[in-house]
Design a protein around this ligand. Structure first.
Ligand SMILES: Cc1cc2nc3c(=O)[nH]c(=O)nc-3n(C[C@H](O)[C@H](O)[C@H](O)COP(=O)(O)OP(=O)(O)OC[C@H]3O[C@@H](n4cnc5c(N)ncnc54)[C@H](O)[C@@H]3O)c2cc1C
Length: 432
């Protein structure tokens, strides 16, 4: 075991060396800092696709982090396994004085951190956790009476009223600080049990031109009208505080999207039951049809509704799906096909590069009409009208459904008016 006491910084959803709250604090300890990343087997083994692009993205990001750390005279320690077991062996191998992490709010991560923190504490090692991936966490934005908000607009107003310059403070990391030097031990994708995904990952830069016009372009899937930063927000390869600072000078509507992200995170914190079912209990009794053949057609983009099919094909091919089309595809699954929205939630979770538990869950519940602040169940999107409004020249559809105007294109798997009526009845019945 090395004699020197060290501070360990554990990378999770904060894969960057700039403006990183816990890494900054680790440097304040005046101990040599050793950054760590654990490939969590519990998560990796559960991924159904061995070409999952997110694993590849993490590995590439770690390789870049490692190069930077080695340039500064340090290194990155990488382990593969169950986090608790990994920590048990790290305690034996290193003289760890203290551990620094940025907080993660997903239920699995909260439990994992509780277990690791108590293991460390039992060995006299201090555990320090910080807020980093949100501006406001947990119960920081609540009503005057302390109750959580369940409707977005008042939450957003309160969020904005609480914002201070310190909320967006940048935590600058010193390159030339004291790092603990170690040899590189980054695994290959193959060692992790994965293969290249052949997906293209969007850049981590804020496209200012896009943000400037965001309120006018964001709903049109044929345009490059959104930032594609979701993946980077998911893995912390961008600083949220920097995005908010810059976004506030560019476009209020776009900043609201970042607030939606925090809105759903606090919903999951206050109402953890949403992870396993509807926010509103009354919707738990909907009698879904759950037709597996129709579900497969939805997944493949072969429903005979061009906007739905274009969206699902974009998702399958790129790991991205435009927000407007996410709403249409989600609504179509729950309402037109009467398939449990949780099936769709799981499919998106497996496919989206920017998958984020609380945003995915919150938006699926919104689309299915059973979430907090959801569209009322009787407002059912017509995929055709949505297409006329948001893809009027059919540029998006033609990009993804080349055979749209040919006899090869499938006939609609359900008839809109009948499906709408059936959904209304099913929802009404469950609400009685
Ligand atoms: C059914 C469904 C599932 C979704 N699943 C996810 C998911 O797993 N992960 C995810 O990050 N977003 C999800 N969204 C929200 C939204 O579609 C994506 O955040 C957005 O399309 C990502 O594109 P972008 O990076 O270009 O974001 P931009 O439009 O440029 O917005 C910037 C950022 O704001 C946040 N954001 C934007 N819209 C929302 C929203 N409605 N809810 C919460 N955050 C938002 C995201 O972090 C996004 O990257 C989902 C929406 C729907 C309707």
């Amino acid at each position: 075991m090395p004699k020197q006491p060290i501070a360990l910084f554990w990378f999770r959803r904060d894969l960057r060396l700039t403006d990183n709250a816990a890494l900054f604090q680790a440097q304040q300890s005046n101990l040599p800092v050793l950054p760590l990343f654990i490939f969590d087997k519990n998560i990796l083994d559960a991924l159904p696709d061995r070409r999952d692009g997110r694993v590849e993205f993490i590995l590439r990001t770690l390789a870049a982090l490692q190069r930077s750390l080695q340039k500064y005279g340090g290194g990155l320690l990488v382990r593969i396994g169950d986090p608790l077991q990994v920590w048990k062996s790290l305690i034996r191998e290193y003289r760890i004085h203290s551990v620094y992490v940025n907080r993660d709010y997903e239920p699995y991560a909260v439990k994992r951190d509780e277990q690791v923190a108590s293991l460390l504490q039992a060995h006299g090692i201090a555990w320090h956790s910080f807020k980093d991936q949100v501006v406001f966490e947990k119960g920081e934005v609540c009503k005057e009476n302390g109750e959580p908000y369940t409707v977005f607009t008042p939450y957003m107003k309160k969020w904005r009223s609480l914002l201070r310059p310190e909320s967006l403070k940048s935590w600058t990391i010193k390159d030339r600080a004291s790092w603990f030097a170690i040899e590189s031990n980054l695994p290959e994708l193959k060692q992790l049990g994965f293969q290249p995904s052949n997906l293209t990952f969007p850049a981590a830069d804020l496209p200012e031109e896009i943000v400037l016009h965001y309120d006018q372009t964001r709903n049109f899937p044929a345009l490059a009208g959104t930032t594609r930063l979701g993946l980077h927000l998911r893995f912390g390869t961008v600083s949220l505080r920097e995005l908010v600072r810059r976004g506030m000078l560019l476009n209020e509507t776009w900043v609201n999207e970042l607030i939606w992200r925090e809105f759903f995170m606090q919903i999951m914190h206050h109402f953890p039951h949403v992870v396993d079912g509807p926010f509103k209990a009354a919707y738990a009794g909907i009698r879904w049809q759950n037709d597996e053949t129709l579900f497969a057609k939805w997944c493949e983009g072969r429903t005979g509704y061009p906007l739905v099919d274009a969206g699902m094909r974009e998702l399958n091919a790129t790991g991205f799906l435009h927000n407007r089309v996410r709403m249409v595809c989600a609504s179509f699954l729950a309402k037109h096909l009467l398939i449990n929205w949780q099936w769709g939630e799981k499919y998106f979770a497996d496919k989206l590069l920017d998958f984020e538990l609380s945003s995915n869950n919150g938006n699926w519940q919104w689309a299915a009409g059973c979430g907090c602040d959801a569209a009322p169940y009787f407002r059912i999107f017509s995929p055709e009208l949505q297409q006329k409004r948001f893809d009027p020249k059919r540029a998006y559809i033609k990009k993804w459904v080349a055979e749209v105007d040919t006899p090869e294109y499938p006939k609609p798997i359900v008839e809109h008016k009948q499906a709408r009526l059936r959904a209304l009845l099913a929802y009404q019945k469950s609400l009685r």
